[in-house]
Design a protein around this ligand. Structure first.
Ligand code: GAR
Length: 198
């Protein structure tokens, strides 16, 4: 059984999707044992508490530089014997030492079909704003491994979602979450845990 850390910064609906899948017995090879938030007071921390999962706030702002932040993250992973890391709306950047310590063991969910609308500056609603501005008729979500290039790691899974006339960034975000993210991310995590646990 692998120990999974989920890193969050906001509402935590993707964290909830993972916890719900686990509660239904969906992940026989992994368990969320730690939630790390980059911000105090976010609803994702409530979700962790409600599920009885240990949580910690590790904010980049509390550290003088990226190296110290990475060291704190790595030590926390080590103390909690973390095997797999999921970025579920985590808005801080992970440095090289963290990425190197978990090769093909860090997953990220991104709310577009990579390589569209991804990379530095594309996160949360901004991604959907850019998709609507471009006028694409199809968008979606991508789960990928994290490497040193922002949103550039190997793609694990993607799902397309229709853009509808009259969509706002908020309505599109909601549809992408409901139709793609909350399905793709728990499923990808189950697969990775199965592969690593064998
Ligand atoms: C999700 O839409 C996720 O795909 C996105 O942030 C949102 C977090 O929502 N992530 C990124 O934009 C990463 N570049 P949640 O806190 O409700 O899971």
């Amino acid at each position: 059984m692998l120990n999974v850390a989920v890193l969050v910064s906001g509402g935590g609906t993707n964290l909830q999707a993972i916890l719900d899948s686990e509660a239904k017995g969906g992940n026989p090879h992994g368990k969320v044992t730690l939630v790390i938030s980059s911000k105090e007071g976010v609803y994702a921390l409530e979700r962790a508490k409600n599920a009885g999962v240990k949580s910690e706030v590790i904010s980049r702002k509390s550290f003088a530089n990226q190296q110290d932040f990475d060291e704190k993250l790595l030590n926390t992973f080590k103390e909690n014997k973390i095997d797999v890391v999921v970025l579920a709306g985590f808005l801080s950047i992970l440095g090289e030492s963290v990425i190197k310590a978990y090769p093909n063991r860090i997953l990220n969910i991104h709310p577009s079909l990579i390589p569209s609308f991804c990379g530095a500056g594309y996160y949360g609603l901004k991604v959907h704003e850019a998709a609507l501005k471009k006028g694409v008729k199809v968008t979606g979500a991508t789960v990928h491994f994290v490497n040193e290039i922002c949103d550039g790691g190997a793609i694990i899974a993607q799902k397309a979602v229709e853009v509808l006339d009259g969509d706002t960034p908020e309505s599109l975000q909601k549809r992408v979450m409901e139709q793609a993210e909350w399905e793709l991310l728990p499923a990808a995590l189950v697969d990775i845990c199965k592969q690593l646990d064998c």
